[in-house]
Write a protein that binds this ligand. Structure first.
Ligand code: F6P
Length: 552
């Protein structure tokens, strides 16, 4: 395929377009009756089992998807990513988040330089700093230990670390290491978020980590100034050096802000914001909370998937399979959304994180060469842990719109409970639902079955489930730091696979810029009106009306 050829112009795409019409004539009830087909759709890797037999696909579909991968030069694109080529062409950057968790002896090049030694230097610095804070040899301005950390950042400088923190909180090994410590996240510029974050904390025992790739993001900078004022007011301006540190790729404004450059933890422009959780963005706050050893285990989990993604054949490659199936669902069935449904409360923040990774990466309108795309890319990602979601939005998924679902379950609970006299333990109760839901979606319930159950005639239509609703299941052997790292990397690479197939740039995010520049105009107006009493000017009727009301 020439680089300017759109994927939809290739023969494998056209083959899939006609193939989907045949698949539409089948029902998952029949497909699930074919044991050989189902056997071919279960893949195991390093404590993770993927079962995609409830996708509306056959082995023939998979072959056609592998042909599509070939037409899209998927393997070459993966190699180019790992080789540090500037695949983020609109920003002229490498995409090397895999280097953040590479084995110590790995060589990964960006612009002719092996970046692994730089990564290891920052990791060593984080290890040293977090150990000093945790063991009380780094203290605050009044000599007290810093037991509480507020991580200030938004988007990619927030969602990934929050997901990992939430997942580790109840892991027995990690939680033991966090005794007596607190980690909070301040993201929203809403003053309510500031109030909630500082509630119950004292500046003298608090360390603020300002996390911003650019160190220019308006919300983060204002929140950082607000916390700087909170610290200075109580402890004096000189306390800032002891109570504030930073994570950024842009170290000059960090120093200007008043943070000692020795207390700045670097990362690099080859790490995209939403792919930065394995850089100091996540590693610093998480090491402060759980200790470096736990976080290192998380990095090793991510690395295990990186190596698998790089080397496993497509038929056994978890991120590739997941990515191809998502392309199948979005581009050929036209399903616009995907539900991420972990049956683990510890994964409560997984869907919000993946929502950014996926939607900021793949919601694009042009190809990597700037050609308008005649097909939609990306999908609407959302999700909640089961079983909570079952009592909320599953009704729509069962009888309303078709939304492919990812069910994520764990064999061994982080916190098992055994209550005497109960039929099953709590985790088995949770997992009963994890196993039941995919079949409910796939098989549905026919009017004939309802009639056999003597359902009243006027209710038959209401109680009928069409079924044939696709899902896939991921079963993790446990949910420790290593597995959390694996899960993260699987989804990061899945998103990349989708982008590689669609032929877009999954690593830029120009779509967020317009809103930011319009907000600058509004900010100026609010300042002019409040300080100098100037009237609202230069906006359309609607915005003028609303701004005027707001200013009153
Ligand atoms: O929302 C756009 C965005 O640029 C994200 O991609 C990024 O994760 C977030 O803002 C925060 O940016 P920064 O880390 O530079 O403050």
């Amino acid at each position: 395929m020439a680089s300017s050829t759109l994927i939809c112009e290739t023969q494998p795409w056209k083959d899939l377009k006609s193939h989907v019409e045949d698949i539409k004539k089948t029902h998952l009830r029949e497909l699930l009756g074919d044991t050989d087909r189902c056997k071919s759709m279960v893949v195991d890797f390093d404590g993770i089992t993927l079962d995609y037999s409830r996708q509306r696909a056959t082995p023939g579909t998979m072959d056609k998807l592998y042909n599509l991968a070939e037409a899209a030069h998927l393997k070459e694109k993966i190699d180019r990513m790992f080789n540090g080529e500037h695949i983020n062409s609109t920003e002229n950057r490498s995409v090397l988040h895999v280097a953040l968790r590479a084995p110590r002896d790995a060589v990964m090049q960006s612009d002719g330089k092996n970046v692994v030694p730089d990564v290891l230097n920052v990791l060593d610095k984080i290890k040293d700093f977090s150990e000093r804070v945790r063991n009380g040899s780094w203290v605050g301005a009044t000599g007290k230990a810093l037991t509480d950390v507020i991580s200030v950042g938004i988007g990619g400088s927030f969602l990934g670390p929050l997901f990992v923190h939430t997942a580790l909180q109840t892991d027995p090994e990690a939680s033991k290491c966090a005794t007596g410590r607190q980690l909070r996240f301040l993201a929203n510029v809403d003053p309510i978020d500031v109030a909630r974050n500082i509630a119950g904390l004292k500046p003298e025992t608090t360390l603020v980590v300002v996390v911003s790739k650019t160190f220019t993001t308006a919300e983060t900078m204002l929140n950082a100034r607000t916390l700087r004022a909170w610290i200075s007011k109580e402890l004096g301006p000189s306390a800032v050096a002891k109570h504030m540190v930073a994570v950024s790729t842009n170290l000059t404004p960090v120093e200007k802000f008043g943070i000692d450059p020795n207390n700045a933890f670097a990362f690099w422009d080859w790490v995209g914001g939403r792919y930065s959780v394995c850089s100091a963005v996540g590693v610093l706050p998480l090491s402060l909370q759980y200790g470096f050893t736990v976080v290192d285990k998380f990095l090793k989990g991510a690395s295990s998937i990186d190596q698998h993604f790089y080397s496993a054949p497509f038929e056994k490659n978890l991120p590739v399979l997941l990515g191809l199936l998502s392309v199948w669902n979005v581009s050929f069935f036209g399903y616009p959304a995907r539900a991420i449904l972990p049956y683990s409360q510890a994964l409560e923040k997984f869907a919000p994180h993946i929502q950014q990774v996926s939607m900021e990466s793949n919601g694009k309108g042009v190809s990597i060469d700037g050609k308008p795309l005649p097909f939609e890319t990306g999908e609407i990602d959302f999700g909640e842990p089961g079983t909570n979601g079952q009592h909320s939005f599953y009704q729509l998924i069962h009888q309303g719109r078709v939304i492919p679902c990812d069910f994520i379950g764990v064999v061994k609970s982080q916190q098992p409970v055994y209550l005497e006299g109960e039929v099953v333990n709590n985790h088995d109760e949770l997992m009963s639902n994890f196993f039941a839901q995919p079949d409910a979606l796939a098989y549905g319930k026919t009017p004939e079955e309802l009639q056999k159950e003597n359902v009243q005639q006027h209710l038959v239509a209401h109680k009928t489930f069409s079924g044939n609703r696709p899902s896939l299941s991921l079963l993790l052997s446990s949910l420790d730091a290593y597995k959390i790292g694996q899960l993260l990397a699987i989804y990061e690479h899945r998103v990349a696979v989708q982008g590689f197939i669609w032929g877009i740039n999954s690593f830029d995010q120009w779509g967020v810029e317009l809103g930011k520049s319009l907000a600058t105009q509004v900010r100026k107006q609010l300042h002019a009106s409040r300080v100098k009493g100037e009237p609202v000017e230069g906006f359309n009727f609607s915005t003028t009306t609303m701004l005027t009301k707001y200013l009153k």
